[in-house]
Design a protein around this ligand. Structure first.
Ligand SMILES: Cc1cc2nc3c(=O)[nH]c(=O)nc-3n(C[C@H](O)[C@H](O)[C@H](O)COP(=O)(O)O)c2cc1C
Length: 225
C-alpha cells in the first residue's frame, strides 16, 4: 500500500472484526509513528497500550463506571469542543452525527439508542488493541498539535498492516478511571484513546464516507494562476 492509498483508505473505524492483532505489529506501529514531526523535536506524545487480559479487565471496570455515571455528563480535564459551538464547525459536527446515526438506522430523536452508540466508544468498538495518548500538562498548544501528527502517523501506518483505527476523544470523559488503571502520573493529562484492529468495512458503522469541505472553503492560493 502506498502513502496515497493509506491516507485515502483511513477511516474512523467503529466496528472491528473479532480478530487478534500481533503484539509485535502494535509495538512496531508505536515506534515507527515516532517519525512524526514535532516543533523543536519535543515529541510530546506519551502512549499507553493495552491488549489481552489487561484490556479485558479495564473494560470490565469501565462498564461498571458507565453503568453508574452517564458518560455524556462526566467532566473533562480539557474542553474537547468550544462551548457553545458555532458556525460551520457546528454544522459539520451535526452532519457527522446525521451520517453516523443515519447509517446505523438510529433515530436522532431516540436518546436511548444514541446513548447506546456513544457508549460503544467505551468498548473501543470491540477492537482488540487500545491506546491512550497523554501529554505533559505543562506543554502548550504547539505540543498538543504535535500529538495530532503522531496520532495520524499511527493511523496511516496501521493501514500499511491492513489495520484500522479510531481516535477517541470520548475517553477524555473518563480520564479519572483511565488514569487510575494505567497509572497516569499527575503531570500528564489524557488527550484521547485509539482503537486498533481489523475493521469490518462492511458494517453499517463503517460503510459511509465522511465528507470534506471544498478546497475554496479552507485554502487561499497566491501565484498559482
Ligand atoms: C482527535 C480525534 C478524536 C476523535 N474522537 C472520536 C470519538 O471519541 N469517537 C468517535 O466515534 N470518533 C472520534 N473521532 C473521529 C471523527 O469523528 C472523524 O475523524 C471525523 O468524523 C472524520 O471521519 P473519518 O475519520 O472517518 O474520515 C475523533 C477524531 C479525532 C482526530
Amino acid at each position: 500500500m502506498d502513502v496515497f492509498e493509506a491516507i485515502d483508505s483511513r477511516i474512523s473505524c467503529r466496528w472491528f472484526h473479532d480478530k487478534p492483532v500481533d503484539p509485535a505489529i502494535v509495538k512496531d506501529l508505536i515506534v515507527k509513528a515516532q517519525r512524526a514531526a514535532s516543533g523543536g523535536n519535543l515529541q510530546s506524545w506519551f502512549v499507553y497500550a493495552l491488549m489481552g487480559e489487561p484490556l479485558k479487565e479495564f473494560k470490565r471496570i469501565v462498564a461498571e463506571r458507565i453503568a453508574r455515571d452517564d458518560p455524556r455528563h462526566c467532566k473533562t480535564e480539557y474542553a474537547v469542543y468550544p462551548e457553545p459551538m458555532f458556525g460551520v464547525y457546528d454544522e459539520r459536527r451535526e452532519h457527522h452525527g446525521v451520517q453516523l446515526y443515519g447509517s446505523l438506522g438510529i433515530d436522532r430523536k431516540d436518546p436511548v439508542a444514541r446513548l447506546g452508540q456513544f457508549k460503544r466508544n467505551f468498548e473501543f468498538f470491540n477492537a482488540p488493541v487500545a491506546l491512550f495518548i497523554t501529554i505533559d500538562r505543562r506543554l502548550g498548544p504547539g505540543q498538543w498539535a504535535d500529538l495530532g501528527g503522531y496520532i495520524h502517523a499511527l493511523a496511516f501506518l496501521a493501514r500499511g498492516y491492513g489495520l484500522d483505527t479510531c481516535p477517541q476523544e470520548a475517553w477524555a470523559r473518563l480520564y479519572d478511571t483511565v488514569g487510575a488503571f494505567i497509572k497516569i502520573p499527575p503531570e500528564q493529562m489524557l488527550f484521547c484513546g485509539m482503537a486498533i484492529g481489523y475493521g469490518n468495512r462492511k458494517h453499517k458503522a463503517n460503510d459511509f464516507r465522511s465528507p470534506r469541505a471544498e478546497l475554496s472553503e479552507f485554502c487561499r492560493f497566491y501565484g498559482f494562476d
